[in-house]
Design a protein. Structure first.
Length: 900
């Protein structure tokens, strides 16, 4: 069978610089699908035409014309799709909705064409002719709800999108069978209309609305005015954009979630109405005003907002309201919480008798804190079972989910989701096994409650399509039963053909990165310059990049391969950056100006090379993010403000949040970080040559000022990729491979590698803890990895290891997290029966600084033990304790370590 290569590389949402939507424009908007004309009913004919449009945009014309869509609703039955080879006619994509029919296209491309369409690069090398040698295939979904969009994504990824990016997004959502997206844009226009009826003109809301980069946190009541004032042209333009988005979503059979009123009010309302009952809330250095539910104005404001929103956008009867996002309510009394929930719901009910409250459950993920099961139950039971939808966010992190602490959300319908990405950080990671294991564990639990859906609640679109593809495939048919088989199938559809080196590269990634639920954080050179004491490069990632490069002869023109190649190269170089910083540090410590000069030149060259690799892929461009922001402005002043929004969010976020959303994009190094590093290095060299002491504190202040000033100036950067990603990757691999091989010796990691080769008795054994911090699982302390994640908890805390049978222990090796010149105080106890304990190590007065090599504790007793307990008492750096590894060694292990 011949194959033809389409020229449809990825022109995804990030990659186009656009002009703002005119306030009067409703291009491609069906008036019957917005405003009061929309009654929630969308004909099969409308959905058919919309789905056919998706196919026409996603596929090249020659392929798109070979598909025919039929929408055949299935009331009271599960959503389904059918793919019929169609005989001599077109291939038939039949579905219960436009979305379901589009999901049929995904099945066909994945299963019959070894092709794929994802959020980050497509593989559309389609067979010619298209395959028809299959029996009709039917699939249904057990999930009535397939949800998408965390509020935060509207800031971290979609803050400056316009219609072409949104159109592509809606096509991809339909292709994946998503039927319930949160659609939260255009709120500002509604609030202007609502508050105008209360006598507050738009100009008095300037200090209320946040800039587009921070919309989500203003919507959730976390901050006011930061990044504003929002230009009226943006307010009007996003109102029209929201109409287009909603019309497209509804035309495909999606049900959109709109915002509701949580109580967050502008200061202008407080100033005009001194008798209002409200609370001033604090969040990470920002303050806001929240109207008390007991104040009569609460229902009035909600009614105004709901009416204007319905008149402007129409409704699908789902409303997102999160009263206290990462904030504590003014009162934790049960009656207060009950009546607060009851009031919010009654506001929805009075405006929309069919209205359903959509509630993110992030606030209740830690039952040991304020939202214990008793309080959470009171809050939930204030709302009828069929009038609320609970969204679980962090399914891949067992301790980060609340359903198993809160009785499956007390009979309410709920959606199990993954979070995966934080702040749209650029990183390679994702807990594939954890996702599947936690989902199956939930499904088999008698307490999983009234589960109604699955979702993706990522904070940013991210750079790990494999994670999203897994969850999207879990939503349909029988889901994913065999993860290893699924991973092999993923590569087949991702690339079409899988060269052996590429398969080996992914085996490494599956083992080293796609089994972790927390980001790795490699954007080290994007932060303020500092001389790092040490670093931990994962040599497996570098090996994977080299193998991926070896797959270029067969895949070099494949956009999906190009994205993965650059992303993996970025990860490798970012992971390796401290190697060059360490050379600078050693030269400074030796007071060797010539060595510093050379080390500085090497570091700056490394930064330029890293930036050059990033610039070769359209998904890694700072220039696009900035240009898209400026495009919303209609005057130079507006463009400057919006560019400041874009720059500030991805560097120094604001308040006390810092560099939470830092990026590894082309331009972040050369336009922002490199000039500051160059000045920093030059000043240190000058001090050495002049025989003066280096004033580190003064330099740190200068660096901070220089980095902050970057957000205040305009940058004109490329918005299209430059250079050949394959050739640049080959060049940089050849250039830096010798240094990759040498890093262990230079960094002092050789001893770590030796220690890892003797895992000890505790690896893989059952471990329990008296407490843990978010994402700091006690299992990390017995995983055998000295460069991995740690168990952490508020001190004092302990972990207990069950060795499964009595064994003789010759020594313990404790590896606390090392940094900040900290020391830890702890004790170790052993037991044969988990009842009677003997203290064998007492470090309660320890003053030794923690190091990566840990502290060894020989044990003289020959008495067999089954249980070992590490009691972490105190950390001199902060209130928590952190253990990278608790190694339990036999006599043979001790000998093996000595040989190493």
């Amino acid at each position: 069978m011949k194959r033809f290569v389409t020229a449809l590389a990825v022109s995804l949402f990030f990659s186009t610089t656009l002009q703002p939507v005119a306030a009067s424009s409703t291009t491609d908007t069906a008036s019957a699908l917005i405003g009061t004309a929309y009654d929630g009913n969308v004909s099969a004919a409308t959905q058919t035409a919309a789905a056919q449009g998706v196919i026409g945009r996603l596929l090249p014309p020659g392929a798109a014309s070979q598909f025919h869509v039929e929408v055949v609703p299935a009331p009271d039955k599960a959503d389904y799709f059918e793919v019929d080879p169609g005989g001599d006619g077109p291939i038939v994509l039949r579905g219960s909705s436009g979305v379901s029919a589009c999901r049929g296209l995904k099945w066909y491309l994945n299963e019959k064409c070894a092709s794929s369409i994802t959020w980050s690069a497509d593989n559309l090398t389609l067979p010619s002719p298209l395959p028809r040698d299959f029996s009709p295939h039917r699939e249904a979904t057990p999930f009535p709800i397939r949800y998408i969009f965390n509020n935060c994504i509207f800031g971290y990824s979609m803050a400056f999108w316009q219609w072409p990016q949104w159109e592509r997004m809606m096509d991809v959502l339909a292709f994946n069978g998503i039927n319930m997206p949160a659609m939260l844009l255009g709120q500002e226009k509604i609030w202007q209309m609502a508050y105008a009826e209360m006598g507050i003109p738009p100009r008095e809301l300037d200090n209320f609305f946040a800039g587009p980069a921070w919309y989500p946190w203003q919507w959730m009541g976390n901050l006011d005015g930061w990044g504003g004032p929002v230009p009226q042209s943006v307010v009007d333009g996003q109102c029209e954009l929201q109409k287009q988005i909603l019309a497209r979503a509804r035309s495909l059979g999606m049900k959109a979630v709109l915002p509701g009123f949580s109580g967050h009010i502008p200061k202008a309302l407080v100033d005009r109405n001194p008798d209002l009952k409200y609370q001033k809330m604090e969040w990470w250095g920002f303050s806001t005003y929240v109207l008390d539910w007991q104040d009569p104005a609460f229902k009035k404001i909600s009614a105004l907002f709901m009416r204007h929103q319905r008149e402007t956008y129409g409704t699908d009867h789902y409303y997102n309201i999160d009263p206290f996002n990462e904030m504590t309510p003014p009162s934790v009394e049960l009656s207060y919480l009950t009546n607060m929930a009851r009031t919010i719901f009654s506001c929805i009910d009075e405006s929309d008798p069919k209205g359903i409250w959509v509630l993110m459950t992030w606030f209740a993920k830690k039952p040991e804190e304020m939202w214990n099961p008793e309080r959470t139950r009171e809050f939930f039971e204030a709302v009828p079972d069929d009038r609320v939808l609970a969204l679980e966010l962090w399914g891949e992190n067992w301790e980060g989910t609340g359903w198993h602490h809160h009785e499956g959300w007390f009979g309410k319908p709920w959606v199990w989701s993954i979070l995966q990405n934080f702040g749209n950080r650029v990183d390679i990671y994702g807990g594939l096994p954890q996702i599947l294991e936690n989902f199956n564990r939930m499904k088999s639990s008698p307490e999983h409650g009234n589960l109604q859906g699955m979702g993706i609640m990522t904070e940013g679109l991210g750079y790990n399509p494999v994670v999203y593809e897994l969850v999207l495939d879990m939503m349909w048919g029988d889901g994913v039963k065999d993860l290893d088989a699924w991973k092999a199938e993923y590569l087949h559809k991702r690339y079409g053909k899988v060269p052996e080196p590429v398969r080996k590269a992914w085996d490494i990634l599956y083992e080293s990165r796609y089994n972790q639920t927390n980001l790795i954080d490699n954007a080290r050179l994007s932060f303020a310059p500092q001389l790092m004491d040490s670093f931990e490069m994962d040599p497996a990632v570098a090996e994977a990049w080299g193998l991926m490069i070896d797959g270029a002869p067969e895949l070099k023109d494949n956009p999906a391969y190009q994205f993965d190649l650059v992303n993996l190269g970025r990860e490798t170089l970012g992971n390796f950056a401290p190697y060059y910083v360490l050379a600078v540090k050693k030269a400074v410590e030796a007071k060797d100006a010539d060595a510093l000069h050379q080390a500085a030149a090497d570091l700056l060259e490394f930064m330029r090379d890293s930036d050059r690799l990033l610039a070769s892929n359209e998904h890694m461009l700072l220039g696009t993010w900035l240009a898209d922001a400026r495009a919303w402005g209609t005057t130079p002043a507006e463009k400057t403000l919006l560019e400041w929004n874009a720059k500030r969010q991805i560097t120094d976020w604001g308040g006390k949040i810092g560099s939470y959303a830092i990026k590894e994009w082309a331009g972040m190094l050369t336009d922002r970080a490199l000039p500051v590093w160059a000045d920093y290095l030059k000043k240190m060299e000058t001090s050495l040559r002049e025989g003066k002491a280096i004033d580190s504190k003064a330099l740190a202040k200068e660096n901070a000022l220089a980095l902050a000033a970057w957000a205040d100036r305009s940058s004109t950067l490329p918005v299209t990729a430059t250079g050949d990603p394959v050739e640049i990757s080959r060049e940089l691999w050849a250039k830096y491979k010798p240094a990759f091989a040498n890093y262990a010796k230079v960094s002092g990691m050789e001893e770590i590698f030796k220690a890892e080769r003797v895992p000890g008795l505790a690896v893989g054994k059952t471990v329990t803890a008296t407490g843990q911090e978010e994402g700091a699982n006690p299992a990390f302390a017995v995983d055998g990895k000295l460069r991995g994640k740690h168990w952490g908890a508020v001190a004092p805390a302990s972990i207990t290891v069950d060795l499964e049978k009595p064994v003789k222990v010759a020594a313990f090796q404790v590896y606390p997290f090392a940094g900040d010149e900290r020391s830890y105080q702890y004790t170790i106890e052993v037991s044969a029966d988990n009842k009677s304990w003997e203290k064998v190590v007492d470090m309660s007065d320890n003053e030794k600084l923690a190091t990566r090599m840990g502290i060894n504790h020989p044990i003289k007793s020959d008495k067999p033990v089954r249980y070992a307990r590490l009691n972490m008492l105190h950390n001199t750096a902060n209130s928590s304790v952190h253990v990278v590894e608790f190694k339990i060694l036999s006599a043979e292990d001790v000998k093996a370590l000595a040989k190493e």
